[in-house]
Design a protein around this ligand. Structure first.
Ligand code: FMN
Length: 320
């Protein structure tokens, strides 16, 4: 990869990215973030690379590559196994127009698929190195990795860093939990700081960045190129804006309720269109509510989760 291209991606550091979240960061949700919140980069949900079909990426996943208007970079994320299928998937995605490719080395549920994928790939670092080398040779756009600190040992990352660099990976997102930890315990950002001190690649910190104070503290880490926000961003999309303004004070409840009403209300028409039908759209909206922990609004949010029709859901939304 031409280093100038990668440098230009990171020239406006620190970057604030929206994390990929399967089932949640659909094109409609991403576009909503792009419009009022403008993350510096967004990701597709992981695309499962097919091992049994000659079409390595489904048509619907391929169409994700061109899903947004505007300039904000969209990273297409692959999850899968096998050099052949992954390389062919990478080629297919590039042909479809992908400008940024990422490999998932973090998903802790990799065994649920047909072979070791996601975080499971960290169990065999030699095989992983061979795979990354092959992929790099086929990827002409920038190639990043999103990984856990290790499979069972959080310090495995220090063995992985030179492998990533030698294989020509361009940049890295680190979620400092182990795969075995799944979502238990806390993301250990002391480890992020240790990694940032020696990492030869641009490094993005991810994991448990749920408020401005935590984000700003992390941005003090020398060498860090940015933050990736996942569940915190679903709960509070305007975290991006407040991080940029360094605004630590909590948002007054009236304003917060108004933001929530707009956020959920704006998604409604897009969900209806994308998910073909009221039931599906309602289910998807309820999935999102599970990530909004506001204690002040729990009573109404709880009722919204139980609503049986979009009409009822929309009425309750106005009561927030
Ligand atoms: C429901 C859900 C779905 C996720 N799907 C993906 C995914 O498709 N690809 C990926 O790399 N990570 C995925 N993740 C992990 C997140 O991107 C992120 O690394 C993790 O949630 C930690 O960041 P957070 O504490 O800011 O949420 C998912 C997480 C959740 C909770």
């Amino acid at each position: 990869m031409n280093p100038n291209v990668v440098n230009s991606l990171f020239e406006n550091k620190p970057l604030l990215m929206l994390a990929p979240m399967q089932g949640l960061t659909t094109r409609v949700l991403r576009q909503w973030f792009i419009d009022p919140v403008e993350p510096d980069m967004v990701f597709t949900e992981f695309m499962r690379v097919q091992t049994r079909s000659r079409k390595r990426v489904t048509r619907s996943d391929l169409s994700e590559v061109n899903s947004h208007r505007g300039e904000i970079p969209l990273v297409a994320q692959m999850i899968g196994h096998g050099e052949g299928p992954l390389c062919e998937a990478a080629e297919g995605l590039q042909l479809a127009g992908a400008q940024h490719l990422n490999l998932n080395l973090g998903c802790p549920y990799g065994r649920m698929l047909s072979g070791a994928t996601g975080g499971e790939l960290l169990r065999e670092p030699l095989k992983l190195a061979a795979l990354l080398g092959k992929l790099r040779a086929r990827i002409k756009v920038d190639f990043s990795i999103k990984c856990r600190a290790g499979y069972e040992d959080p310090r495995q990352i220090f063995e992985l860093l030179p492998v990533f660099a030698d294989c020509g990976v361009d940049w890295l997102i680190l979620h400092p939990r182990t795969v075995e930890q799944r979502y238990g315990g806390e993301a250990d950002h002391r480890l992020t700081a240790e990694v940032a001190a020696i990492c030869p690649l641009p490094l993005i910190a991810n994991g448990d960045i749920n408020d401005v104070a935590t984000g700003l503290e992390l941005l003090k880490i020398p060498g860090l190129s940015g933050l990736m926000l996942g569940r915190g961003a679903l709960a509070d999309p305007f975290l991006f804006e407040r991080l940029r303004k360094r605004q630590i004070e909590p948002v007054p409840q009236v304003e917060r309720s108004e933001q929530l009403r707009d956020y959920i209300g704006d998604l409604l028409p897009g969900y209806l269109e994308q998910f073909c039908g009221e039931r599906q759209a309602l289910m998807k909206l309820k999935d999102l509510l599970n990530f909004i922990p506001d204690s002040e609004s729990q009573r109404i949010l709880g009722k919204m989760k139980r609503a049986q029709s979009l009409e009822k859901f929309s009425k309750l939304l106005q009561e927030l």
